[in-house]
Ligand binder design. Sequence first.
Ligand SMILES: Cc1cc2nc3c(=O)[nH]c(=O)nc-3n(C[C@H](O)[C@H](O)[C@H](O)COP(=O)(O)O)c2cc1C
Length: 180
Amino acid sequence: MKSTLIQAFHPHPERSRVQRSWLECLSSVQGLTINRPYERYPDWRIDVEREQALLMAHERIVFMYPLYWYSVPPLMKLWMDEVLTFGWAYGPGVDRLKGKTWLQAISTGAVAQDYQAGGFNEFSLSELLKPVQRTAHMLGMRYRPPFVLHGVRQQDEQALQRSAQSLLDELQAEAEPQFL
Ligand SMILES: Cc1cc2nc3c(=O)[nH]c(=O)nc-3n(C[C@H](O)[C@H](O)[C@H](O)COP(=O)(O)O)c2cc1C
């Protein structure tokens, strides 16, 4: 498997069902590094050098988080502001993250049908994730379609286990397109 960093951003891991089941499944897999900034930085003082070193050491970065107000949880936004800095992550002649893969594993409360024109949430998840997509491309990273579990309240334990296995399968498949 590609060297993979899981950046698990859950503001309340003790209340989590989905993200917790994904993490439990992935924690038994060799070759994955799991980083949990909410647990690591309870005071929100991010160790920027440590986080940048983690990015450098892995080919694929998986941001795992619950959708919060159609966006990322607040510590993930702060992490982006503080870690992905001008002169280190982007800027003239800077290509440290170029070619690395940016993947997201996202859970949402609303069901899939809500995420479309005319649906309750009006916009597709692809539309709502444009700022993140643009950020990845700004860094020269390869943005992959997100792994998504919608309608979390409707999911029983078995469905959660299946989704965790699907996520693991996707990570192990390495079905990356070839750019010739
Ligand atoms: C502050 C907050 C904001 C949320 N915003 C959204 C949202 O914009 N869209 C959505 O579908 N679900 C939203 N949810 C629901 C969460 O995404 C959902 O509970 C979570 O993905 C479930 O994963 P977990 O079991 O790991 O916590 C929100 C939940 C909270 C607490």
